[in-house]
Design a protein. Structure first.
Length: 477
């Protein structure tokens, strides 16, 4: 776990000294949200909250950190003395980890003095962006696999050791059944899984001896890797012989394919296994799998029982990062009055939503989700009451709706720098992902060309935004 508050962008510290010197370390509110769905998808998974809160509680500048900053000749000694006593003392409101989320809605809201809120910005974005990316990728693969068992095999391809650990945690949240990362198994309670490598087989004179030796040692966990030399001509026959011996002892077995035409080979392997009376034997596949490959194999009815995914799951594959940002939503005037603020842009999608906000999830009568709505804090959306909700950047696009059920998504997770509750288990977080996906219409879960989910504004928030944009609301000192 990172404890050094040097884990921040340098400009946060130069700005912090400026705030401090000018007596402007006043209360502020920042929103963390993301701008677009990764992978051209229809949903994302909010992940990384629990380790973030734990890290913030312990975020400090050590004596060595202060000495390093002093050596840069950028900071006054009195400011460095203040940093030496730095602790985050603000409040954090956030969605529950594992919530299904959408662009431009606050996933997390930080209410703190502006220096404290600024210093943790990089930490918030680093931890939430990466784990949300990996959890989202895994959920897509899990759905593509028709919710079949999915094993995360990505340790050796992950971005450094911290990337491997964070990815294993996030992948489990997103739907992976287990991990090959043994340390992640210990620290996070994730089931550990693995079979054998080609090197095991190559260390024996032939595949038969390799499989027999493994079956003797691990009769309850035997999955034979059959593509080391020739999948159908040597690997599969050897696996069948070893597997029949196991079945005579009351154990089942499986085979794994890590190369070749998986559609053709799995069908051939299944046919041979069935003809040998081994209908219970399972087939696992791996080898640079993506959600598109998995979906294609499932749609073409490849007889695959479980999936092992590494590189594309733990790195994000074709998506380099989650587009999370951290923007000021409210500041405090010298007289102590809080005032909403917003970032303006020639690009409407980059114009932010002002003020302290809550996110409400609105449901149909059948329990499916209709839309998410941003409302100013204190504006309660009630069930059964019809209101009109507005597009974030085109107020002529709107819809009336009376929700059968509503759910406020942001709740207090940290108060005065201390967590407000006990950490959730990864199993509970993972279950939240799956139940959240069940609430979404299938059109939002398509791998290709998904429907765009509505994230809308109340009329009051829309009016505030328009007033700020047109300069009708005094918002400068």
């Amino acid at each position: 776990m990172i404890e050094s508050a040097l884990f921040t962008d340098f400009y946060e510290l130069t700005m912090a000294q400026g705030y401090w010197k000018r007596g402007k370390n006043t209360p502020a509110v920042f929103d963390m949200f993301f701008r677009r769905q990764p992978f051209n998808g229809g949903f994302s998974v909010f992940a990384g909250l629990d380790p973030l809160l734990e890290t913030i509680e312990n975020f400090r500048f050590s004596a060595e950190d202060i000495e390093y900053l002093s050596s840069l000749d950028m900071f006054d000694p009195d400011f460095l003395d203040w940093l030496a006593a730095f602790r985050f003392t603000g409040d954090i409101f956030a969605m529950n980890e594992g919530t299904i989320v959408f662009p431009n809605e606050p996933l997390l809201r930080v209410s703190a003095n502006i220096i404290e809120a600024s210093i943790i910005e990089g930490l918030v974005l680093n931890m939430i962006n990466f784990q949300s990316l990996i959890a989202t990728k895994t959920a897509r693969i899990w759905l593509a696999a028709n919710k079949a068992p999915l094993m995360e095999f990505g340790l050796r391809r992950a971005q450094g050791n911290d990337g491997a650990m964070s990815a294993s945690r996030a992948a489990y949240i997103g739907g992976a059944s287990g991990t090959s990362n043994t340390l992640a198994g210990k620290l996070y309670g994730i089931p550990v899984m693995g079979t054998m490598a080609h090197s095991w087989i190559m260390s024996f004179p032939n595949e038969q001896e390799a499989f027999d030796a493994y079956a003797e040692r691990y009769p309850q966990k035997s999955v034979f890797l059959i593509d080391t030399y020739n999948t159908l001509e040597s690997g599969l026959p050897a696996a069948i012989k070893a597997g029949k011996k196991l079945m005579e002892k009351g154990y089942n077995f499986g085979v794994r394919l890590d190369s070749g035409d998986l559609q053709y080979l799995t069908q051939e392997v299944r046919n041979v296994l069935d003809r040998a009376g081994l209908q219970a034997a399972t087939i696992t596949v791996s080898n640079e799998l993506t959600e598109e490959i998995v979906e294609s194999l499932v749609l073409n009815k490849a007889p695959i029982d479980s999936w092992g995914v590494g590189t594309h799951m733990v790195t994000g594959g074709n998506e380099a990062s989650f587009t999370g940002v951290y923007k000021l939503a409210s500041r405090t005037r010298p007289d102590g009055t809080a005032v909403p603020v917003m970032k303006l842009s020639d690009n409407p999608d980059k114009t932010t939503n002002p003020g302290v906000k809550q996110v409400w999830r609105l449901y149909h009568n059948d329990g499916s989700v209709k839309a998410d709505v941003l409302a100013l804090e204190g504006d309660e959306i009630k069930t059964g009451t019809e209101r009109t909700y507005f597009h974030p950047s085109n107020d002529w696009q709107n819809f009336p709706f009376a929700a059968a059920k509503v759910q406020p998504l942001l709740s207090k997770k940290m108060e005065a720098g201390k967590r407000t509750g006990t950490p959730e288990s990864l199993t509970d977080i993972r279950s939240r992902v799956q139940s959240g996906l069940d609430e979404l219409d299938r059109s939002y879960k398509r791998i290709l060309n998904p429907h765009v989910f509505k994230v809308s504004l109340t009329e009051e928030l829309k009016d505030l935004k328009v007033a700020l944009m047109k300069g009708r609301l005094e918002h400068l000192d």
